[in-house]
Design a protein around this ligand. Sequence first.
Ligand code: NI
Length: 245
Amino acid sequence: MRLHTSTWPEIETYLERCKGIIIPIGSTEQHGPTGLVGCDAICAEEIAWEGGRRGDFLVAPTFNVGSAQHHMSFPGTMTLRPSTMTSVISDWALSLAAHGFTHIYFINGHGGNIAPVHTAFAEIYARRALDGDQSDFIMKLQNWFDLPGIPELTEELYPVGAGSHATAAEISVTFAAYPEKEDRRVLDPKVAPEGSITDKNRYRLDFPDGRIGSDPSQSNGADGQKLIDVAATAMVGDVAAFFNS
Ligand code: NI
């Protein structure tokens, strides 16, 4: 069940049986020459939608522009400042809390979002504490690529060139979602260089085509379906436990 394609009476009815909601959170940033700019948001929403369907959970709109300053040397990337992102996450969460949602589960597709989302959680909890709010309200951030079974499946599918940006796994998930975009060109170098991230200028010098450590010529829609299936199964169990906590 998706918030965007529900009516308000349907949301009211949902709230009578469940006070939890899933928010997919991603980014709009380059993912190498063959990866989609929306990759991180697409991965999060595909897994959220599949898990939401299986578990009959409500899924909010995708938070699809995140913290991605380091990718700004590549066309199409969009970023929020960490402070902006913290404010916007807070307003999303407090809007839902105002309607009676007590448990918000963020399923995340982008490492750069982790710090600002945790800062947002601290802001929200502090605001509620200072307002003397006694009602129950908790949030959780879960990276889809850390869900039980996903690191193991990734290692099995891609023993070489799994990578840490424009990963073989995340690009497979996008090819499952958008088969017409499947592009298995071998890039040069086949496996991208490894390294650490600082600012956008140095990023493009260190990682000229945008990838870090990955060989996405291995990526394909069939692998993507396997990854979505394992991630959705794990997520449903994790969400159910969280919503009942
Ligand atoms: Ni990504």
